[in-house]
Design a protein around this ligand. Structure first.
Ligand code: UD1
Length: 374
C-alpha cells in the first residue's frame, strides 16, 4: 500500500509527522511530497529534522506568491507526481493554499484524497484558510476530524457517514512526544528570561500583519496587556517584512524581544514556561490548551471553539479595549491549568493511519473485517 503525504508549510509538518510514523508502522509506504510553500531553513528543513520526518521524495518548489500562484503551482506539481507514482491515496493536512491545491489535483487524478484536520470552520470567508478548508473537505474521500464540533460542521455541509472519522488531534501527538525534550531545553533561560515571567507573541495572519500601522498598534497593545512581563516575539517572515523598524525600536526601551522564528522544539520550550501567550495562529490555541497556559487569540473568530469551551483559549479580538479586558481575565484564570480534550491523547496518528488503510482496503476490495475490529 502506498500513500503520498503532502506537506507545504510549517504547521503541516507538525500535523503529519505522527500520521507518517503510524502509516509506516502499519507497513504502508508513505512518501512525503513537499510543495515548498515554506522554503526557508527555519520554516521548513528545521521542522523536518526536529520532527524526524522522512526526507521528501520531491520538492515542488511552489514558493511565495499570490493565492492563485501557490494553488495552481501545487496542482501542477502534485498532478505530475500522482500521474508518475500512482499512490493508493494522497493525504493533505490543515488549511494552507497547498492543501487545497493537493486536494484538487488528487480529486482530478482520481486518487482518493484524505484530509487531516478536516471540518474546522471559522465561518469567515475573508480568511484564505477558510476557503481552503471548505474546498478540501468537499473534495476529500475521507475527512479526519480533530474534534466533535468539526464532525458537526461537516454534517451540516452534507459530509457524513464513512467519509468522516473522528480521530483527534495529531498536532497534540507531536507535542506530547516532544514535551520532555522541549522542557529540558529551557530556551527561555538562553534568552535571559525568567520562567513564568514572560509572555509569547506570534502574529502572521494577513488581516493582522499586512497593514504596518495595525501591526504596530497590536504589538503596543500586547505589551500593555502583558504588563509587567517581557514579551518574546518570534517573527514569521511575513510579519518581519511588514513591521516597520521604527515600531520595534519604539518598543525597544520596553519589554519587547523580537527574535527570528524558532524551530519546533525550541518554540515548544518557550510555550511551556510562558505566563501567557498572544497569537493569531490556530495550532498555538490548541498547544497552549494542552499545556495549560492562558492564550489570548488576536482574532475575532476561531475555527477551534473547543480550545475556548474546554481549553485555555480566550478570544481577544483585535481592538485595544477588548484585548486589555480579555487579557486581564486570562491572567486571572487558574495557572497552570492543563486541559484534557477528548481524543487529544497522543494516539490520533494511529487512529488516522488505521482509517487511511481502511479506506484503501475498502476501495480496492481488500477489506479485512478482522483487522478493522482491532
Ligand atoms: C501560510 C498559510 C497559513 C499558515 C501559515 C503558517 C496560506 C494561505 N497561509 O501563511 O494558513 O498558518 O502559512 O506559517 O496558505 N516567506 C518566507 N520564507 C518562507 C515562507 C514564507 O520568507 O519560508 C515569506 C514570503 O515572503 C511569503 C510570506 O512569507 O510571501 C508569506 O508566506 P505564505 O506561505 O504565502 O503564507 P504564510 O503567511 O506563511
Amino acid at each position: 500500500m502506498r500513500v503520498a503525504v503532502l506537506v507545504a508549510a510549517r504547521p503541516n509538518f507538525v500535523k503529519t509527522a505522527p500520521l507518517i510514523r503510524a502509516l509506516e508502522a502499519l507497513g504502508v509506504d508513505a512518501t512525503v511530497v513537499h510543495a515548498g510553500q515554506h522554503y526557508d531553513n527555519v520554516m521548513s528543513e528545521a521542522f523536518l529534522r526536529d520532527l524526524d520526518i522522512p526526507w521528501p521524495a520531491v520538492n515542488l518548489g511552489v514558493g511565495s506568491g499570490s493565492h492563485g500562484h501557490q494553488t495552481a503551482a501545487t496542482i501542477l506539481g502534485v498532478e505530475q507526481f500522482l500521474c508518475e507514482s500512482t499512490p493508493d491515496a494522497i493525504v493533505v493536512a490543515g488549511d494552507v493554499n497547498a492543501t487545497m491545491g493537493g486536494a484538487i489535483a488528487g480529486a482530478k487524478a482520481g486518487i482518493p484524497v484524505v484530509h487531516l484536520e478536516a471540518g474546522l470552520r471559522s465561518f469567515d470567508r475573508s480568511m484564505p484558510e477558510e476557503i481552503n478548508r471548505v474546498v478540501t473537505d468537499h473534495l476529500s474521500h475521507l475527512c479526519l476530524a480533530p474534534s466533535r464540533d468539526a464532525v458537526e460542521n461537516l454534517a451540516r455541509e452534507g459530509i457524513i457517514g464513512e467519509r468522516v472519522a473522528l480521530v483527534g488531534n495529531c498536532m497534540i501527538d507531536t507535542l506530547l512526544e516532544k514535551l520532555e525534550e522541549a522542557r529540558a531545553r529551557r530556551v527561555w533561560e538562553k534568552l535571559g528570561l525568567r520562567a513564568e515571567k514572560y509572555a509569547v507573541l506570534t502574529l502572521h495572519r494577513p488581516s493582522n500583519v499586512d497593514d504596518a500601522n495595525k501591526i504596530a498598534e497590536l504589538v503596543q497593545t500586547v505589551l500593555e496587556a502583558a504588563t509587567p512581563f517581557d514579551v518574546v516575539f518570534p517573527m514569521h517572515p511575513r510579519t518581519a517584512k511588514m513591521l516597520r523598524p521604527s515600531a520595534i525600536s519604539a518598543s525597544r526601551s520596553s519589554r519587547l524581544m523580537s527574535i527570528e522564528p524558532l524551530g519546533y522544539i525550541d518554540f515548544l520550550s518557550l510555550l511551556i514556561s510562558a505566563r501567557i501567550v498572544f497569537t493569531d495562529s490556530g495550532g498555538i490555541q490548541e498547544e497552549t490548551s494542552v499545556l495549560g497556559v492562558p492564550c489570548v487569540t488576536l482574532r475575532n473568530n476561531t475555527e477551534r471553539p473547543i480550545t475556548i469551551s474546554l481549553g485555555t483559549n480566550h478570544l481577544g479580538g483585535t481592538r485595544r479595549e477588548s484585548i486589555l479586558q480579555v487579557s486581564k481575565e486570562a491572567l486571572e484564570s487558574p495557572y497552570p491549568n492543563p486541559k484534557t480534550i477528548p481524543l487529544w491523547d497522543g494516539k490520533s496518528g494511529t487512529r488516522a493511519a488505521r482509517k487511511v488503510v481502511e479506506l484503501i482496503e475498502g476501495l480496492t476490495g481488500r477489506h479485512n473485517w478482522e483487522d478493522l475490529q482491532q
